[in-house]
Design a protein around this ligand. Structure first.
Ligand SMILES: CC(C)(COP(=O)(O)OP(=O)(O)OC[C@H]1O[C@@H](n2cnc3c(N)ncnc32)[C@H](O)[C@@H]1OP(=O)(O)O)[C@@H](O)C(=O)NCCC(=O)NCCS
Length: 151
C-alpha cells in the first residue's frame, strides 16, 4: 500500500527562504527578494508554507491591520499547481484572518492573471476597484484588480 504523507501548513521561518525563492523565481516574472520574505517574517505577518514530507510546495503571506487583512503573496510551485493546494492554502490564510476578527480580506491581482482571479472568485472575493498601472510588466505597466472578501 502506498500511503502519501499528509500535506501540512505551518509557520514560515527564515530557514525556508532559500527554498521559497527558488519557487518564487519560477512562478513570478517580478519575484520578491529574500529580504522581502525576511521582512514579512520579522514584522510578524501571517507567513505560512505548505509542504508534504520534505517538499515545500507553496507559501502565502497576509498582513493584518485592526479591521483588515491583506494577502501580500500566494504561490504554489509550478509542478504542484492545479491540484487544489492554492485553494487549501488560501482557505487556511482566510481562517487565520478570521481568527483575528478582521472584517475584510483584500488582495491585488494582475489583470492578466486569470487563473489566480478565478481562484479568488471561487473563494468569494469580488473586484471592488482597479489600480491603474500598479504592476511593472514586460512592456510598461499593468493594472491590478483590487479584490475584497467580506468576512
Ligand atoms: C494562483 C495559484 C496560487 C493557484 O494555486 P493552484 O494550486 O494552482 O490552484 P488550485 O488547484 O487550488 O485551484 C483551485 C481553483 O482555482 C481556479 N484556478 C486555479 N488556477 C487556475 C488557472 N490557471 N486557470 C483557471 N482557473 C484556475 C480553478 O477554479 C480551480 O478549481 P478547479 O481546479 O476545480 O477548476 C498558483 O497557480 C500560482 O502559484 N500561480 C503563480 C503565482 C501567482 O499567480 N500567484 C497569485 C498572485 S496574486
Amino acid at each position: 500500500m502506498n500511503v502519501q504523507p499528509a500535506v501540512e501548513i505551518r509557520k514560515m521561518c527564515l530557514e525556508d527562504i532559500d527554498r521559497i525563492i527558488l519557487i518564487e523565481r519560477e512562478i513570478f516574472l517580478f519575484p520578491w527578494s529574500p529580504g522581502n520574505f525576511a521582512d514579512s517574517i520579522n514584522a510578524g505577518y501571517i507567513c505560512k508554507v505548505l509542504q508534504q514530507a520534505d517538499t515545500l510546495m507553496g507559501y502565502g503571506i497576509v498582513m493584518l491591520s485592526p479591521e483588515e487583512a491583506h494577502v501580500l503573496t500566494l504561490g504554489i510551485a509550478a509542478d504542484w499547481q492545479k491540484k487544489g493546494l492554492g485553494k487549501q492554502l488560501l482557505q487556511h490564510l482566510i481562517q487565520c484572518a478570521r481568527q483575528e476578527h478582521v472584517k475584510s480580506v483584500f488582495l491585488d491581482v494582475r489583470e492578466s492573471n486569470h487563473g489566480a482571479a478565478q481562484l479568488y472568485q471561487l473563494m468569494g472575493f469580488r473586484q471592488i476597484a482597479t489600480r491603474k498601472g500598479y504592476y511593472p510588466a514586460m512592456c510598461g505597466r499593468e493594472d491590478a484588480r483590487v479584490m475584497q472578501l467580506i468576512l
